[in-house]
Design a protein around this ligand. Structure first.
Ligand code: ADP
Ligand code: MG
Length: 344
């Protein structure tokens, strides 16, 4: 009988590993291939970075509440963020779309208005792409190219024991913004005449619909003369990204619940939904903030910066990944969340 393995048995990362493990780099230019936020190429001091991401209608976005202009902007941000996550600057993008005749030229103009705005704001040039038809929904695939000096590039694998773990901005907002949008969509489906209840949540709705890549944080670290020892962007939620840094660096981590940066609107929304804000931070996604480690000696340089927050420190690998809650209790962080904390 023929063997059949379900994709779900491997999971996303297991599948990528399974499909790519038999490939090896043949070229001297390949400094980093698979396994970081972007590939790193080049033989000189100045490196080229390449990253690609695909957004699929019905999986990554819902056009019933996502304006096409915002979608275009976000699709670019997702990719620029992966270049920022190498402590580098994005310079160019290609944009490929698969569309059905359900979309008018005017609709696609809206999408490209958002893409153009992102290119303007981040000083990125659109240099190509591909256009094809789709039998189903809209698909957007973007590749971002960036550059950085070799000495500035931060990989996921450089964290050292006792390094400080730092995060930019605030977390969990994009996830709670999505919950609000999904709730109002459900209400609208029940009663199409109902007005959506979106007031008081402007900030988290913007976090979900119009995220920004943190090139400002990359520039700040450069100005402060702080080179992160490791770095990743937060696309999947803090817990998952912490695991990536710990695994790649072969370290453990201790984070502190009372240090997690959470916006007031995020807490308010979590309250309304009977959710624990900390769980939203750990498991929610799409914040596109930067998570990185710095040497303890660099603390003096960053301690007064409002944009970034120390949330913990790296430990020995045998100590594992742990969170100290507000009452001082210690919990192992799970791939999805943390143990023994009741929801709500
Ligand atoms: P990110 O979340 O930062 O976008 P991913 O988790 O999507 O990164 O990907 C992890 C790594 O696996 C990256 O180096 C990415 O380029 C690589 N990768 C993902 N899918 C494939 C694939 N189908 N073939 C080859 N490499 C892949
Ligand atoms: Mg990434």
């Amino acid at each position: 009988m023929e063997n059949r393995t379900e994709i779900s048995e491997l999971g996303e990362f297991g599948l990528i590993d399974h499909l790519t493990k038999t490939f090896s780099s043949r070229r001297g230019e390949t400094v980093m291939a698979i396994g970081d936020d972007a590939a790193v190429l080049g033989t000189g001091d100045e490196k080229l970075l390449v990253s690609t991401d695909m957004l699929v209608e019905g999986v990554h976005f819902d056009l019933s509440y996502t304006p096409l202009k915002h979608l275009g902007y976000k699709a670019v941000m997702v990719n620029v963020s992966d270049i920022c996550a190498m402590n580098a600057e994005a310079t160019h993008i290609t944009v490929s779309i698969a569309v059905s005749n359900r979309f008018s030229v005017e609709a696609l103009d809206e999408l490209y208005t958002g893409i153009r705005k992102a290119c303007e704001n981040y000083r990125v040039d659109l240099i190509g792409g591909d256009t094809t038809s789709s039998a189903g929904g809209l698909v957007i695939s973007i590749t971002a190219v960036g550059r950085a000096k070799e000495s500035a590039i931060a990989y996921r694998n450089g964290a050292n024991e006792r390094d400080l773990l730092v995060v930019s901005g605030d977390l969990g907002g994009a996830y709670m913004g999505l919950q609000i949008l999904e709730r109002e969509k459900a209400v609208f489906q029940e009663a199409p005449s109902a007005q959506p209840e979106l007031t008081g949540f402007d900030y988290i709705l913007e976090r979900q619909l119009k995220p920004e890549a943190r090139i400002d944080v990359v520039k700040l670290l450069g100005d402060l003369n702080v080179k992160p020892t490791s770095m990743i962007d937060i696309s999947d939620g803090l817990a998952s990204e912490i695991f990536h840094i710990c695994k790649a660096s072969g370290k453990g981590v201790m984070i502190f619940e009372d240090k997690l940066p959470i916006h007031g609107e995020t807490s308010k929304a979590a309250d309304e939904f009977g959710m624990n804000p900390t769980t939203c931070v750990l498991n929610g996604g799409e914040d596109y903030e930067l998570l990185f480690t710095i040497a303890q000696e660099d603390f003096e340089k960053i301690k007064n910066e409002q944009m970034i927050h120390v949330i913990g420190y790296m430990t020995a690998p045998e100590d594992g990944c742990n969170l100290v809650d507000k009452a001082g209790g210690q919990h192992a962080i799970k791939a999805q969340g943390w143990d023994s904390i009741a929801e709500g």
